[in-house]
Design a protein around this ligand. Sequence first.
Ligand code: R2B
Ligand code: URA
Length: 315
Amino acid sequence: MDPGHENQGSSSCPVYVHNPHLKTMKEDVLYHFNLGTSTHNLPALFGDVKFVCVGGSPWRMKSFIEYIAGELGLEDPKSEYPNICAGTDRYAMYKVGPVLSVSHGMGIPSISIMLHELLKLLHHAHCTDVTIIRIGTSGGIGLEPGTIVITKQSVDATFLPKFEQVILGKNVVRSTDLDTELAEQLLQCSNRLNQFKSVIANTMCTMDFYEGQARLDGAFCSYTQEDKQDYLAKAYASGVRNIEMESSVFASMCKLSGLKAAVVCVTLLDRQKGDQLSGSHQVLHDLQQRPQILVGHFIKTQSLEIQKAVGSGNE
Ligand code: R2B
Ligand code: URA
């Protein structure tokens, strides 16, 4: 952590990094964003960020920023929202007011690289009190397709709430705890919206979309239909209601940085009934809007509360 900024503001919470080597570097190049501490004034560009939304597809994250701009009354009819990372095609990043929207690609390695650079960016920009939410898609277990799962615990493929990574040849195990109060606030927000069903439940994070999620339709499959159903039934019994591919490392890295974090994913199908995403493009597209609608509404409500608090503080 940069001690110079430790006590800025009264009780505000900074974005922590835990890496003594960073202090010895003259500049920090955020290579996959095409941004850097010498080339960009990160505090001026990003210092006001309070909400970060991340999701797999660059297209969806652009559509999210357009949506949230409308929700917050910040849309500019004359301007397109520029991709802040236009100099690279690895990730896309958009900003409007206090909201940053960033794509992360598919799978743990992809989101992990993005989060290292995003967390450093927020740290270098001296951001405080940041809430971060992953909005995404998933396969459901025992839920009507279109249900939103707000993750209680992200569990691995053995249903344990941990993220394991080999560092210097050793297995390092990290916790995947998410913010329980934030999850509850999001559920209440969904109930108030009353447009679709949301539940708080465990999410299984896997390393693969096919065999890793017990699908029968990959290029390879070494188990039977019965084995698959058995595994999904065990997942259900352990409290898992959806399966995706990024939540564990997302939860563990955000926790290390002290960010309030949540995972909000729509279920596109019920995995006990099938494997293929064969719904029409329009139906799948409409379902993918749901996390965006819920999180958009949440951010709008929270921003109004922040504005009210600031307003009453100025009186
Ligand atoms: C959900 O959807 C993607 C796979 O189709 C993956 O990124 C995930 O977590
Ligand atoms: N994303 C996943 O990871 N799995 C699914 O079944 C659907 C979307």
